[in-house]
Write a protein that binds this ligand. Structure first.
Ligand code: FAD
Ligand code: FES
Length: 291
């Protein structure tokens, strides 16, 4: 797959991540997912696609070692100063699904509880021009990958780009975060495998149709299950379109120490998702070697 992507960071990256406690402002359901809003002191702001490590088990009522390791979560919405909060506090929202112990504990956090947080971490999406043709930005989200795309969509809309968001899920209730994308006033295409919302089938089907129309002028940004991202990468390459993906490998530390998040590179060797990514040019990844 040939690369057409020039990676340009949108803002200087020299603001260090913060490590501290976040106060839970709200924690509510969103279909089959949940959203939690955190008041984070001294939050430096994030680049779309960056993530935080949340220590869901660090609340007063739960022993620190339960679970021992924090969990990576994309910054879903960076909402600015907390209404009525301390001057330095920012309102950071995460969108998540309960899959195991860490996310179960996260779902049990109540307003006023505190969680440990480190972030923002990783290399986010570049917001400079991608591709050469000036065609649409096609944002493809599946599962909890949807959470990594909202701030990207908002930034691209703000920059005057033609943005199409394609969200795919098993069922209507799995289309988490959809209302927020709708509020951005962009073109939103939903697909569900059971046909309960939007187009029945896989999200790669409307992607293929858009790529057939726009070809190499389009830019693809894909976040979701590995098979979905692999299919997006192949489709983009077939149309010579730029394609960025954001990988969601399990992580233990989030900042390059444990080496637990290594992914194979197309050219050989490995990259750490938490340091070099989570956003990568799709051409950089050895998709066959990725589990
Ligand atoms: C950069 C990044 C951003 C992420 N953003 C989000 C997000 O915004 N919202 C969200 O809900 N999730 C997100 N995830 C995934 C999230 O971190 C995991 O779902 C979470 O760590 C699971 O913790 P747990 O203790 O609940 O589950 P565990 O008990 O650790 O695992 C439960 C089950 O989920 C599987 N699992 C655990 N982690 C992952 C993973 N990363 N990918 C696939 N399967 C996994 C395990 O193999 C196991 O079968 C992100 C991951 C990364 C690396
Ligand atoms: S998560 Fe530890 S090195 Fe990446």
């Amino acid at each position: 797959m040939g690369s057409k992507t020039t990676v340009i960071r949108s803002v200087p990256s020299n603001d260090p991540p913060i490590r501290g406690q976040a106060r839970v402002l709200a924690n509510s359901s969103d279909g089959n997912g949940r959203r939690i809003r955190l008041a984070v002191a001294d939050w430096p702001g994030s680049i779309p696609g960056q993530f935080v490590m949340v220590g869901a088990g660090a609340r007063a009522s739960v022993p620190r070692h339960d679970p021992l390791l924090p969990r990576p979560m994309a910054v879903f919405r960076d909402l600015g100063p907390v209404e009525g909060g301390a001057a330095s506090e920012c309102d950071v929202e995460l969108l998540y699904r309960v899959v195991g112990r860490g996310t179960t504990l996260l779902s049990e956090a109540a307003p006023g509880d505190t969680l440990s947080i480190v972030g923002p971490l990783g290399e986010g999406f570049p917001l400079g021009d991608l591709g050469t043709g000036g065609g649409p930005a096609l944002l493809v989200g599946g599962g909890t990958g949807i959470a990594s795309l909202y701030e990207l969509a908002r930034a691209l809309v703000h920059a005057g780009r033609n943005v199409v968001v394609l969200l795919g899920a098993r069922s209507r209730e799995d289309l988490i975060g959809r209302v927020d994308f709708e509020a951005l006033g962009l073109e939103l295409v939903c697909t569900t495998e059971d046909g309960t919302e939007g187009q029945p089938g896989l999200v790669t089907e409307p992607l293929a149709a858009r790529l057939s129309t726009h070809g190499a002028t389009a830019s693809v940004f894909a976040v979701g299950p590995t098979p979905m991202m692999r299919a997006c990468a192949i489709l983009a390459a077939q149309h010579d379109a730029a394609c960025l993906v954001s990988l969601e490998n399990p992580m233990a530390c989030g900042f390059g120490v444990c080496l637990g998040c290594a992914v194979p590179r197309a050219e050989g060797g490995f990259s750490l998702v938490c340091r070099a990514g989570p956003v990568f040019d799709a051409c950089e990844i050895d998709w066959e070697g990725l589990s």
